[in-house]
Design a protein around this ligand. Structure first.
Ligand code: MRU
Length: 349
């Protein structure tokens, strides 16, 4: 069963994005008319989630090509636009991955006619988007195998259709299990400070009518200690070659608690989220965001304005704390480095 909403859609030469900054109170679209607006939409988190920002940036590259179509410096301008888009958010590798794919599509196409270049870039952006949905469905089927017939699941941040081109990664697995008639109950962390769990995951769980409850992030430890959670399943923004996973802030703490109490801990990521060139998680760039995200909740001030703030958007979970990483070509289990290397070579696990 698919969602009734479309996270990102290119139509009438504009990119329509569900404005995730204002959900669930308001359902509206942010319409990008040029690649500069696409960059803003990613940076300001109109659209967020690793696969979703990758697909969005791909359309940004296509829009840049349209804007520069008559420029005598087409190649240089397109390259600058790619670099500009790539800097919008640093942690999720899907952004660089998608832009790189667009650039390779440009390099591969005949440069004789601009029309040919533009249609090759549009085709590649469409393919990145539809491939992501197919990949998510494949991961869901594979991931469903780790969900018991009766399970209480804890998840963090938003990994659903909103975080991808459609369907979702970890939330995709949860939906697959639910539609497979498994008796599941989901606890969603609210995910401070941007509340992706409260605003977005809770909205998606409600839309899908999946039995669930929202919890403050700090309630997770108590539920896990008390044996109320059968498994934790969440997403990932960049996976290093040794299996360390960068994901939304709070993921690392959850992994430590799961390890202490023997609760399985899974990350669900498309292979496009694996950075095969990065030896371990210490090299993953961690985005730090504006202090206002912590000192305000919406428009309400909740801390003194002069207070210093440390606001990393992500943290890194060491592979030793991870039970498995679910991908579209199988589940990566220890030894992670060897099995990730097998994926790099094109094998199925
Ligand atoms: O800051 P966000 O909302 O872009 O962070 C998103 C996450 O951390 C998700 O868990 C991750 O991108 C995986 S989504 C399929």
């Amino acid at each position: 069963m698919d969602e009734a909403f479309i996270t990102l859609e290119f139509k009438n030469n504009e990119l329509y994005l569900i404005d995730q900054r204002v959900l669930p109170a308001t359902y509206t679209h942010f319409v990008c008319k040029n690649y500069e607006e696409v960059e803003f939409a990613i940076r300001d988190m109109v659209v967020r989630g690793a696969p979703a920002i990758g697909a969005t940036a791909a359309y940004g590259v296509y829009m840049a090509a349209q804007q520069y179509a008559t420029s005598p410096r087409f190649t240089t301008s397109l390259k600058q636009a790619c670099d500009f888009l790539a800097k919008s958010r640093p942690t999720a590798v899907n952004l660089e991955w998608a832009i790189d794919r667009m650039w390779k599509a440009y390099e591969a196409v005949s440069k004789e006619k601009m029309e040919t270049i533009l249609s090759a870039l549009k085709r590649e952006a469409d393919e990145i988007r539809s491939e992501d949905i197919r990949t998510n469905k494949a991961m869901s089927r594979i991931g469903n195998a780790v969900i018991p017939q009766h399970a209480t699941i804890l998840t963090h941040c938003n990994t659903g259709a909103l975080a991808t081109a459609g369907w979702g990664t970890a939330l995709g697995v949860i939906k697959e299990a639910f539609y497979d008639n498994k008796d599941i109950f989901v606890y969603a962390d609210e995910t401070r400070p941007r509340f992706q769990g409260a605003r977005l995951t809770a909205w998606e769980l409600t839309e899908a009518k999946i039995p669930s409850a929202l919890i403050p992030d700090s309630a997770a430890a108590t539920l896990i200690r008390d044996g109320k959670i059968d498994l934790v399943i969440l997403g990932g923004d960049r996976v290093a070659a040794n299996g360390d996973v960068a994901n939304k802030l709070g993921t690392f703490a959850l992994s430590v608690i799961c390890k202490a109490y023997g609760v399985p801990f899974y990350s669900v990521v498309p292979i496009s989220t694996i950075d095969f060139n990065l030896p371990d998680g210490s090299h993953i760039p961690i985005e730090e965001r504006d202090k206002r995200e912590v000192t305000f909740v919406g428009d309400v001030q909740v801390a003194p304005l002069e207070m210093d703030v440390f606001n990393p958007s992500f943290d890194v979970t060491p592979h030793q704390n991870i039970t498995g990483i679910i991908t579209e070509r199988g589940i990566i289990r220890p030894p992670f480095r060897e099995n990730i290397e097998r994926l790099r070579k094109g094998e199925t696990l």
